[in-house]
Design a protein around this ligand. Sequence first.
Ligand code: ATP
Length: 262
Amino acid sequence: MDHSAAGGALMALLETRGLVKRFNGLTATDDVDIAIEEGERVSVIGPNGAGKTTLINLITRMLEPTEGDIVFQGESITDRAPYEVVQQGISKSFQTASIFPELTVEENAEIAALGAEHGSFRLNFFRHRNRYPEVDDATRRTLEAVNLWDQREVPAADLPYGDKRRLEIGIALASEPDLLLMDEPTAGMSPEETNATVSLIENVKEELGLTLVLIEHDMEIVFEVSDRIIVLNRGRVIAEGTPEEIQGDPDVQEAYLGGVEL
Ligand SMILES: Nc1ncnc2c1ncn2[C@@H]1O[C@H](COP(=O)(O)OP(=O)(O)OP(=O)(O)O)[C@@H](O)[C@H]1O
């Protein structure tokens, strides 16, 4: 796809323009302008309640913005439904709630791939699955990318916790998105599972050519995987830059408990 605008300037893959979300009296997202370039890995960080999850939910259209615009691949998606946003190429790695525990790993990935190819989940899909070769391809690519191909026959309920979280990421990848949003992908994981997931995140971009936006509290992970970091505080962007720039930023240190070193 050609992302170059007239005059040769690069167009961002995703932009928010003057994005505001108010919950009654509380402004959770306050005039946020961000731009994510194709191929970037961007972490969104900030103290508790800074508005990180709200921002992601606005982008996936799970929440209605109060004001502002969200532009993806040059088109406004502000009025789109969540499923239309997925079909356009934005996917979010949900918590384990997105997994069907009684189905196998492969069936879980197939359902996600089918939803992206054919618009909606079909209850009769498993009876007619061989009619969808493109779904088989997407399923295999996805399960290989998250290292679960060998476990494809295992019921999802029987996977260890870390593998379940990888399956969630696989489900998000099965729609073959251009932009993957991840909300704390390593929450609740053991150190080994965390390391495996971080390697997975690092591989995903190279293997699948994805753009990633990550919400993460663990600064070690943030500094390891991010090309760029966006810092939110009280709904506003207070800093943006490379990990090195953010590490030394006094406003960021102030936002985190009044000056604790990052
Ligand atoms: N549905 C809602 N109704 C009312 N207030 C909400 C709602 N969702 C979020 N908020 C409020 O908006 C603010 C931002 O919340 P959000 O969950 O986006 O922050 P966060 O940065 O993701 O926080 P955390 O790191 O704790 O997950 C908080 O003050 C929160 O209480």
